[in-house]
Every structure is written in structure tokens, then in C-alpha cells.
Design a protein around this ligand. Sequence first.
Ligand code: K7E
Ligand code: CUA
Length: 651
Amino acid sequence: MNRKYLKAVLVGFAVVAAFVILHYGCQESKDLTTGDEAGRVYVAPGTYDEFYLFTSGGFSGQIGVYGLPSGRMFKVIPVFSQDPEKAWGYSEESKPMFMTSHGFVPWDDAHHPKLSQTDGIADGRWIFINGNNTPRVARVDLTTFKTAEIIEIPNSGGNHGSPFLTENTEYVVASTRFSVPIPDKDVAISSYKENFKGTISFVKVAKDGAMDVAFQILVPGFNYDLAHGGKGPSHGWAFFTSYNTEQANTLLEVNASQNDKDFIAAVNWKKAEEYVAQGKYKTFNTSYFRNYFDEKKHMAFSEEKKTVKVLIPEECPGLIYYLPTPKSPHGVDVDPTGEYIAAGGKLASVIVVHSFSKMMKAIENKEFETTIDGIPVLKYESVIGGEVNNPGLGPLHTEFDGNGYGYTSSFISSEIVKWKIGTWEVVDRIPAYYSIGHLCVPGGDTRKPWGKYVIALNKITKDRYLPTGPELTQSAQLIDISGDKMKLLLDFPTIGEPHYAQAIPADILMKNSKKIYPIEENQHPYGIKAEKDARVVREGNVVHVYMSQIRTHFAPDNIEGIKVGDKVYFHITNLEQDWDIPHGFAVKGLQNSELLIMPGATETIVWTPLKEGVYPFYCTDFCSALHQEMSGYIRVSPKGSNVAITYGTGK
Ligand code: K7E
Ligand code: CUA
């Protein structure tokens, strides 16, 4: 065959192959685009992403929102940390959200996002997350993707085992990682064994989401680490890991690793409710704050609470039991049937799985090893359901796929280990890059996991991403679990440290996503309903600016008569009633953040001008072709000047 001919044939083949691949390859996957009337094509929401993924921000204090399986980040929800982009903690309206018994605390360490549940299944109403440092629990509204409430947990020293839920979101639980004197007082740290205690708190969640500390259980001074609510047969119970049963108060890495076994505390919260109803609690004086955002008034409110009900195990038989668990356990995870309780013994050589039905039998038969402060310790052999051998080093957390398998993260050996419930054999394992902490299967801690993926949440990414100075990103890895073998699909960096994450099918949330705040429902005391109501009012050296925004101007946009040292409140109402048209607001030299005001909302920022002059202000969010025109001036005159307040737009 002549070479030219051969070449022509090969090229022909290549062209046909390319055509086939391009054409049919694309046809095979679904059409990703939709068109509009102008003939433009765009990708419809939900085309790429089947799930929302909510990751904890760890030391960033926030929640990251991603799509799965794309791994694209959509949003950072400010929760425990100030966020100047959204004026969270900077605007007058949001500042009360950070109130605590220690004053204004504008940061926390957020570890565990947890979706609200109905009947043991994530329902998409809210996502809760714990503040680990200054003990708090936040509730985020998933119609607005905005923090709606933050409640402080009294008598706690590190709210780590939180905010896990009971099956119908009756309660959010909160256990103290660090034991402390309760009530707190000035004692020698070396008096730990005598003075330090732990608490396990149950926070009642009302139908509208409002939280209230219903009761606390005073427990021995161990470190209560993680938790999960029971489900199905174990509904009515909640489980909490503990470590440092040695009760060390220094060099815990050695001193708290002595005992062969620590405990899972099993709490019968239905029984606790009975004791509370019978009045068998002690009332402790304390102080803690509940802060909530009123969506109609567009502002947050704080209330201080002064007492809490405390149950003492010695006085409440049947309230709480200890399950011996090797060795400094971290995670405690209940399988979808509610029968098995898997413990991540971070120094243990096996994954221990307790059996709820055996636990109930052991309680009935009083198979106790001993009793600690009125808490019976059940015999290990009596409660153990199975042990997973060869789980990798440093097992931490387990999620379930609903098909009879558990997936455990092993931090030290940096892998996910898949094992079969019942036979306890390891059936697959996959490396994680690197140092996996939590992991997440969509719905993987609920009664009906959606399965499909497991997401590894990794602490360290050395050699995996472009270097960014001394600190490298943390990451999430998406792994397909639909077949027998786990398959790595992709990984992506995360904002902050993704301790834990929760995922939920996109269509559950998409349809409820709020688009605007109806302006007629705006009850902000300084809000205005129309541009004609815009005005500037002086009250002594306080000035209230009632300002409106609509594409593409402010009213008023010229203000005179402000004086050095005045306290100027800008109350800005975005009059837009269109989805995704926030307007921003920023003033030169304003010693604070911008405002980013959602359609129909009102927000306030305070400014004390220090120097005379003319100050431009402008919209920070590109809102129309004439966004650059959306600006104005404020004239600031010296203290004592007699320039009168005048204002206007277009005059
Ligand atoms: Cu990172 Cu749940 Cu705070 Cu484990 S915790 S990893
Ligand atoms: Cu309004 Cu840009």
C-alpha cells in the first residue's frame, strides 16, 4: 500500500473517531445546557450537582457550601466568625449574634455541621454547627443560607461533642470536651479530680427552630468527645465518647493514654425527660446567651438566661450507662438500623462495635463491672456486637452507605476502610491524601443514607496542590462507592479545616431557596418602603441616614451637614424585589466593613468621621451596567460648623 494512501486512511479514521467521540461521547452524557429566548445557552442548576455538601470551616468558624460531584464552592456561610464581606458581626443588626457570657466573641472553632432530621432522615430545614471554643451551637436556615440563631452552652469547657441530633430534631446534644469546675470557680488546676466535672447538655429545638437548654447531666470529669443520637430501636438514647478517664490535667498525650479502655456514655434522654418532669433536677445559677436573627425586623436580638436544670446521675437511676471502649475513642457512630454503635478508638487496634440490643439486655440483667459516680459501667463482653480487625491505624469516624457497609477513616494510615456490618470483615480500602479526619457519605449518619459517594476530609495536602507558603490547603476527596471497590473521582481544596461535612440531595434545598425579602414585610424600625421616605435626621450629634438603593442609585446620594465626631448611622434598605440583586455600600474611611444588602432587606453601619472633607460612597456589588454610577458624596464639616443637614438625589 502506498504511504500517501495509508496516511489518508489514517487521517480519515482519526477524523471519524474524533467525530464519533465528540458527538456520541457528548450525546451519551446528558445535555448540560438549556437555552433562553435569545438563543444563548447556559448550564441549568443541578445539572452537574446532585448534592449540596456543607463542610465545617474548623478554625475559620464558618460553613463552606459546595456542589457534589463537581466540588465547586458556592458560598461561605458566616456563622461564628465576623465576615466583612457580608458585614456579619460588623453591621449593627448582626452584632448581637456574637454575644456570650464572656461578652462579644466574634470567632469560634466550628467542627460538626449537622442537618436537621425528621424521622431520622435529613429534611433540609436547618443545619446546626458547634462552636468548640466558647461553647455554642448555631442554627443556619437553609432557605436563606444564613445563621438564624446561636445559643451558648453553660457549664461547658469546649463544646466538641455537638451538635448531634435526636431522630426528629427534638434535641441538639452538646458534651463538654474539657471538664471544668461546675459552676466555674477559682481553684487550683491540680485539684482536677476533686473539682472538675463534665456536662452533657440537651438543647431543645422548637418547631420553629428556637433553641433552649432543656437540661444538663453532670458527669465525671472526663473529656467528652463526640456524640450521635440513637435511631429506630435506639431512638430515645444518645451516645457520647469519652477519653481521659484517667482525669489527667497535664501532658494528656501521655497521661490520658494510660487506660486500656475509656467509655461511651449511653444516655437515656426519654428517661431524662421523665426526671425533669418529676422535678428531679437541681437548678444551677449560671449565665448564657441566646441570640437569634429576626427575619422580619432584619436584626438580631440577644437574651441572657440565668439558670439551667441539672440532673445528677446518682439521683437518677437508669439515666446513663458507661460502655467500656478501647482506647481513647474519638468518633461514635450509629448505623442506619440503630442497632450498632461504632467507636473510633484512635489508639485501638480494632474498630469496636457495640450492640444496642445487647446493651439493653446487659442493663436488664445488671451486668455491671462497677459504678462510677452513680453511673453503672456495663461489662465489655456483654455489650460488644463485633470487632473489625485490621482497620488501619488511628480509626476515627465511621459513616454508613445503607447497603450494610461501614466506612471508617483511619488518620494515621491515611485511608478509608470499608467493612461489612455483621461479619465485621474489611472488604476494601483506599488511601486518602493525607491524614483524613472525618468522612461523609450523603445521609451516612441517618436512617436512610443516600450513599453513592464518600467524601474524605483531609487535614494535610503536602505535595498535592500548588504551594501557598507555610500553610497548605485542607481538602476534600470525592470517592465513588457505588461499586464493590471505592474509586477516587476528584479532590478539591476546602475553606478552613473540614472536620466534618454533611450532604443532602440538591432538589430538597433548591426548591425552598429564598429569592427576596418582600419589602412589604420589612419591619426594620429604620427601614423605608420607598425612595420618597429617604431622609437624614439629626438628633444631637447622632445622625440617622434612612437610605434606599435601587438600580442604579442611592437616595439620598448627596448629603451635607455631617460634622466631625458625629455618630452617623446609615440604615440602608435595598428596594429591589429581584433575585440575586444585592447592593453594596462602602464609605471612604468608614472604620468598619461594607454592607451587602439583600433585596428587600435593611442593614445598618455606623461611621464616626474623624476629618472634614468630602467622602465618596459607592455600591460594591456589580449590579447593573450602570453600577459604576451607583455612588454619592457626603460632606463632612468641622465640629461646631453651621452647615445645615441637606440631602437629595438628582437635584
Ligand atoms: Cu476533627 Cu469531629 Cu473535631 Cu474528628 S473532630 S477529625
Ligand atoms: Cu448597586 Cu452596584
